[in-house]
Design a binder for this molecule. Structure first.
Ligand code: S3P
Length: 418
């Protein structure tokens, strides 16, 4: 297999959600280029439209006239968030200071995911929130005038942190959030870029009350999580050289590339500049023979979305890879520990399931079988890497679910195969 050529990945999904949410709060017109074309980001756009924001849909360039802080309007129906946890959790924070009620709903996967982690801090700030079984969607948020909070989160979750920061923004109150390990920091960076006063000391982030946000001019950097799949394919190839340009190289997102290098990967990251307060650069990837590694709990937040593709690379490494401290994987779009373990076994890999991770024994035998994704986009894309290797015979049950984050995944991956 030869993997060669250049790719421009889709705009980063996390940054795109935040750009839509914060541009909606700004005073003036924001212009956002290369927005992620993902179904998840379309869910955020749809929900914001229901809250009164005009958002013409085009991943090319979008102009948004912000309604100002506190300018959102009561929706006529429940806010359907599809598969997107980021849409539900961040929007809940943003509307928790509004003088109206909203009900959040989602698809089967999102309806199984935990929401108490955001309900607790938002309630502590003064919002009224009801949850199905005290944990799940449908969730009703009745906004209120909020008070300041200094919250310590027991999970390293950017969605929890961001929900609190957005509630502080909307309620014009100071908020501090401390996390056990730093999670992705795009909300803090974008708020600061738009003129808010944000300070970061170790894992403690503080946002001061904010009068107004300046509009955003942003060319969304490429998604480092989406880029991990073509990089993994280039690593498993016999030869070739893959170049991926204009990728977000924020340290809270590049853990995959650090783990890959420890596994023996031959991938270089070249920092070239900045876009919207985010470091941006080029990734170059070549073939490498991989070895098994130990992945420690502290690394997990920076590789949380890449663990499925790391598990698939570990299946092709020499020796054993152990992942621990990754219990959060059980509450993603699917239970990604049991989903990965059963599918790796299904295609012929020896893997042991742990309560908070897995232990994978690499093999170079051809892998064969049908992968049952449970419609989890990252499981489909991770096994997609193994399926595209013509030494294997793997079939993916729902290849279309990749659209949740990367609609052009299959075309982009085919375009670099020679
Ligand atoms: C995201 C945060 C992470 C990540 C998700 C996107 C974000 O979730 O897994 O894909 O954009 O804030 P958690 O906050 O639940 O860790």
């Amino acid at each position: 297999m030869i993997v060669d050529g250049e790719l421009r990945p889709p705009g980063d999904k996390s940054i795109s959600h935040r750009a839509l949410l914060l541009a909606s709060m700004a005073k003036g017109t924001s212009r956002i280029k290369r927005l992620s074309p993902s179904v998840d980001v379309q869910s955020t756009a749809r929900v914001l439209r229901m809250l009164g924001v005009e958002i013409p849909w085009s991943p090319g360039e979008v102009s948004i006239n912000g309604l100002g802080i506190g300018g959102l309007r009561a929706p006529h129906d429940s806010l359907e968030c599809g598969n997107s946890g980021t849409t539900a959790r961040l929007t809940a924070g943003l509307i928790s200071a509004s003088a109206f009620n909203c009900t959040f709903t989602g698809d089967i996967s999102l309806s199984r995911r935990p929401m108490r982690r955001i309900a607790e801090p938002l309630r502590a700030m003064g919002a009224h929130i009801t949850l199905q079984d005290e944990e799940h969607l449908p969730m009703t948020v009745s906004g209120n005038s909020l008070h300041s909070i200094d919250w310590s989160s027991d999970v390293a979750s950017a969605q929890v942190k961001s929900a609190i920061l957005l509630a502080g923004l909307a309620g014009r109150v100071a908020v501090s959030v401390t996390e056990p390990v730093m999670s992705r920091d795009h909300t803090e960076r974008m708020l600061a870029r738009m003129g808010a006063s944000v300070t970061v000391a170790k894992q403690r982030i503080r946002l001061e009350p904010c009068e107004y946000l300046q509009p955003l001019e942003l060319n969304v950097p490429g998604d480092p999580s989406s880029s991990a799949y073509p990089v993994a394919l280039a690593t498993l190839a016999n030869r070739g050289e893959l170049t991926i340009r204009a990728v977000c190289l924020n340290q809270t997102r590049t853990g995959f590339y650090r783990v890959l290098s420890r596994m023996g990967g031959n991938t270089g990251l070249r920092l070239e500049g900045e876009e919207g307060g985010e470091p941006v650069g080029t990734i170059e990837a070549h073939h490498a023979a991989l070895r098994g590694v130990r992945i420690s709990p502290d690394e997990i937040p920076s590789i949380i979305d890449e663990l499925p593709v790391i598990a698939c690379l570990a299946a092709r490494a020499d020796g054993v890879t152990t992942i621990t401290g990754a219990g959060e994987l059980r509450v993603k779009e699917s239970d990604r520990i049991s989903n990965m373990v059963s599918n790796l076994r299904q295609v012929g890999v020896i893997v042991e399931e742990l309560a908070d991770g897995m232990r994978i024994t690499g093999t170079d035998a051809p892998l064969k079988g049908r992968v049952v994704t449970n419609a989890d986009h990252r499981v489909a894309m991770a096994f997609g890497v193994l399926a595209l290797d013509n030494r294997n015979a793997i079939d993916i049950d729902q290849p279309g679910c990749v659209a949740v984050s990367y609609p052009d995944y299959w075309d982009d991956m085919q375009s670099i195969l020679r």
